[in-house]
Design a protein around this ligand. Structure first.
Ligand code: AHM
Ligand code: MG
Length: 341
């Protein structure tokens, strides 16, 4: 049997192919995606050597949500801020690690894009060598004026022009969508290139996995508890009957999401007593992943409707999140509809 060698495609050439679909494109968007790719390579290098140098551990400071900031969070945040929009394509940058967004002066360059990111999601896991990730969303600026403001920043996920994530795991992968399918690239560290490894990712309509922090069960609402019970034991079935899903929970959203995207499954972060609005952030976590999952055939909901339809009221707005295989999330939404977000 002869093996036909796979054609190797770098992410840069894939992004360039995307640009060809839009003959009038200026190249700004292509440049922006390349900036993200470059930043991801730098962060990947640092994450991979984290165990070798004195970079592990918390700085002792807290971010705007009062959570402990790890040193690598700071590093990844600084790298993305530095690398984004090197040609003046970005008018607003927002990060999970920044209390306020950065509004760039709309000077030379087009400044047409708004980029929001979580530089190092799941960072509480770093010390244990568990996969962490970067999540990013790119919106187009709304105003045609020389000044940008909150209306350019606070846009729903439906307006995203591209989004994706990088997972720093057993290998580093970048997965993105710009509306023409979801594509995954694996970093070959020996040549420093992201190579196309997962073309046109589609997620199973129904999954076999549910991912939720069951330690929070005592503080869930009764409908959430019943929903998770049926995911575990089988829909509409009595306790102990077969047909339920298996449980997988890393506690690192990018890693849990990525596994479920490939294998089929659903990730849940419902409201809890101490986080009645949910834990995860709409703009830098939920909406970008919602665009990815929808382009892969899945669905993301806050328990009432599509995550992509929610207009944020502030950069750090949080939402309950149910995301993954379409049939599973639709079913969860039905179970919860009208009761809670
Ligand atoms: P972070 O952005 O501060 O890292 O927090 C988000 C993380 C997600 O990666 C993960 O899904 C979730 O928090 C886990 O929360 P919990 O520990 O409450 O289960
Ligand atoms: Mg996060």
């Amino acid at each position: 049997m002869t093996n036909t060698p796979r054609i190797l495609q770098t992410i840069e050439s894939h992004i360039l192919d995307l640009q060809k679909l839009h003959p009038a494109a200026s190249g700004d968007f292509t440049g922006l995606l390349n900036d993200i790719t470059f930043a991801a390579k730098i962060v990947s290098r640092e994450v991979n050597k984290a165990g070798l140098v004195d970079i592990l551990g918390a700085t002792g400071e807290s971010n705007v949500q009062g959570e402990t900031v790890q040193k690598l969070d700071d590093y990844a945040n600084a790298v993305f801020l530095k690398c984004l929009g090197t040609r003046g394509q970005v008018c607003i940058m927002g990060s999970e690690e920044l209390a306020e967004p950065i509004f760039n002066d709309v000077g030379p360059g087009s400044h047409n894009y708004v980029v929001i990111f979580d530089p190092l999601d799941g960072s509480s896991n770093i010390d244990a060598n568990v996969s962490v990730g970067t999540i990013f969303g790119i919106w187009k600026r709304r105003s045609l004026l020389n000044k940008v403001g909150p209306a350019d920043l606070l846009q729903p996920g439906r307006q995203l022009v591209a989004s994706g994530y990088v997972i720093y795991g057993s290998s580093t992968m970048l997965v993105y969508t710009a509306g023409h399918g979801v594509h995954g690239f694996t970093l070959d560290p020996s040549i420093g290139e992201f190579l196309l490894s997962h073309e046109n990712i589609t997620t199973p309509f129904v999954g076999g996995i549910y991912s939720v922090n069951e330690g929070n069960e005592p503080t869930w609402s009764e409908p959430v508890r019943e929903t998770v019970r049926q995911l575990k034991y089988g829909r509409d079935s009595g306790r102990g009957s077969a047909g339920g899903k298996t449980s997988r929970y890393i506690g690192s959203l990018v890693a849990d999401f990525h596994r479920n995207l490939l294998y089929g499954g659903v990730f849940l972060y419902p409201p809890t007593a101490d986080k009645p609005g949910g834990k995860l952030r709409l703009m830098c976590e939920a909406a970008p992943l919602a665009l990815v999952v929808e382009n892969a055939g899945g669905y993301a909901s806050d328990g009432r409707g599509p995550i992509l339809d929610i207009t944020p009221d502030q950069l750090h707005m949080r939402v309950p999140l149910y995301i993954g295989s379409r049939d599973d999330v639709m079913w969860i939404e039905k179970m919860l509809s009208g009761v809670q977000r």
